[in-house]
Design a protein around this ligand. Structure first.
Ligand code: ADP
Length: 483
């Protein structure tokens, strides 16, 4: 019988309270899977003003105290609001000065003090509550100072005995600012601002870099991304640092919460379905999607979906370059996303140019995302880099065939179609012609070998994209660290 473990999750977002991307999904789903394995899990996140009131109403006040921060030792209020959901305990860190700005991320200048405060307050809260974690699992740069505080200011307190893991969900965002700014707000010792730890260049410090140096283990969200970030092309300037720390670095691919994403029970669909009736019922969802978005209603057309933050990371310059060739009388494109105005405007332009065949829904919309996953035939994820990627996993769960670039988690989760095998269509070279060729391969199978296509749809729906095997890998890592 495995030992009972106390695990703290520290990160800047968590579905359904606040989510801007995949980090929010992981902070929701992995703790639930771990509770299912007998762990006690506390998730610590900021109490942002944007968290919906209905959740705030369910929170219980657990206490408050004053905490010193900054080089001058200024004191700040720390409130603890708690709620429990499906066995996971959520502790929200309350402080109006830092978290009442609205959205989680407001600009690096304010975000640096905010996440210095958050990292330190998270550790202080566990001591205040008298809850001793075995493992403190930190997520992305916003929680990257936790291992540093744990080994310095908190080393002789109860939380000091825990082991730390830092998971890299996206290396592009690192928390870089001037050395005096971070020195002032973190209040960390001068010697931590040397090159092996926080120093990034002569003027700047890097929070992620410091966390990587001080965490007991570093993980990232796919095996391929764990390798890629050790190269100059993907390392975002941290490749040498990661190569140096590579004995402590490994990759564990994400899963999705299969209850949250379940086509057989999804109330946001026009028709629920399972693997036995997917081929018919997906058509109902397709026409509902076409109707909702003002596209020509025709179940015989191939609908290609894309749900994404509209940023350079996601390979949207490749998509933009091929829309005119991709759209023919039999193919439609649905884009749901917000982000860089360059891409928002390009997709809006194509919507006007190809009325009835292209829809650009420039917004964040959970409900529509579900209908796209169900109603589309194929799903585009041609990313420049992709640590894991959840959308291709959700697409497969909904029987929608992914078209992806072979990078990071996309490479680890989508096997290329080869006759009777595979989950989707893939290309490796970051190039618009290669994407177009791959889209055309998908179209060829869709329009000329529907039997093979439908078999792939069913194969994808049967594929295990749940957290089960990944949660087991995290458990094995926790056990290893606790020995
Ligand atoms: P990233 O974390 O890089 O944004 P992921 O693929 O890991 O990408 O996760 C993206 C998550 O956000 C998925 O759950 C996806 O459905 C969701 N998402 C992205 N854009 C939108 C949008 N405009 N509307 C609704 N959901 C979205």
């Amino acid at each position: 019988m495995a030992e009972k473990r106390n695990i703290a999750f520290i990160g800047s977002e968590c579905y359904p309270f606040v989510k801007t991307g995949g980090l929010g999904d992981v902070m929701y789903a992995l703790p639930r899977a771990l509770v299912g394995e007998g762990c006690e899990v506390r998730v610590i996140i900021p109490l942002y003003a944007c968290i919906p009131q209905k959740y705030k109403d369910q929170m219980e006040y657990k206490g408050s105290f004053m905490m010193d921060l900054t080089l001058e030792g200024r004191t700040f209020f720390v409130g603890i609001m708690e709620l429990e959901k499906d066995g996971v305990i959520y502790d929200f860190v309350e402080n109006k000065e830092f978290f009442d700005w609205g959205n989680p991320y407001t600009g690096l200048w304010e975000d640096i003090p905010k996440y210095c405060y958050f990292a330190k307050a998270s550790l202080a809260i566990m001591n205040y509550l008298g809850w001793a974690p075995d493992i403190i699992h930190c997520h992305d740069w916003q929680a990257a100072l936790v291992p540093l505080y744990k080994r310095t200011k908190f080393w002789d307190t109860p939380v000091g005995a825990a082991k730390t893991i830092l998971t890299i969900h996206n290396l592009r965002f690192q928390g870089i600012c001037s050395i005096p700014h971070l020195k002032y707000w973190s209040g960390l010792r001068d010697d931590l601002f040397d090159y092996p730890v926080l120093k990034w260049n002569e003027q700047e410090a890097n929070m992620f870099k410091g966390g990587i140096a001080f965490a007991d283990r570093i993980t990232t969200v796919s095996e391929t991304y764990a390798q890629e970030i050790q190269t100059e092309a993907y390392g975002e300037g941290l490749d040498a640092h990661l190569r140096y720390h590579s004995p402590r670095l490994s990759g564990i691919v994400n899963g999705i919460d299969v209850d949250q994403w379940d086509p057989a029970a999804d109330q946001l669909l026009a028709a629920q379905y399972d693997v036995d009736n997917a081929i018919e019922r997906k058509k109902t969802n397709k026409t509902a999607l076409q109707e909702r978005l003002g596209l020509d209603q025709d179940e015989h057309k191939m609908v290609i979906g894309l749900v994404s933050r509209l940023t350079d990371q996601k390979g949207l310059d490749l998509v933009n370059a091929i829309v005119p060739q991709m759209i023919d009388g039999n193919t439609q494109l649905v884009v749901l996303g917000t982000g860089d105005p360059r891409y928002e405007n390009a997709f809006r332009y194509y919507e006007g140019e190809y009325k009835g065949s292209v829809c650009a829904y420039i917004s964040y919309n959970e409900q529509l995302a579900h209908l796209i996953y169900a109603g589309a035939d194929a799903f585009l994820v041609p990313s420049l880099f992709e640590p894991c990627g959840l959308t291709q996993l959700i697409a497969m769960r909904y029987g929608t065939v992914p078209i992806v670039r072979e990078t990071g988690g996309l490479k680890d989760t989508v096997l290329p179609f080869s006759g009777g095998d595979g989950n989707g269509f893939t290309f490796s070279w970051y190039d618009a012609d290669h994407l177009l060729g791959t889209v055309n391969d998908a179209k060829t199978v869709y329009f000329t070998d529907r039997y093979a296509w439908d078999e792939m749809v069913k194969r994808n729906m049967r594929k295990d994209v749940s957290w089960t095997s990944s949660a087991d890998k995290y458990l094995a890592l926790y056990d290893e660290l606790m020995q």
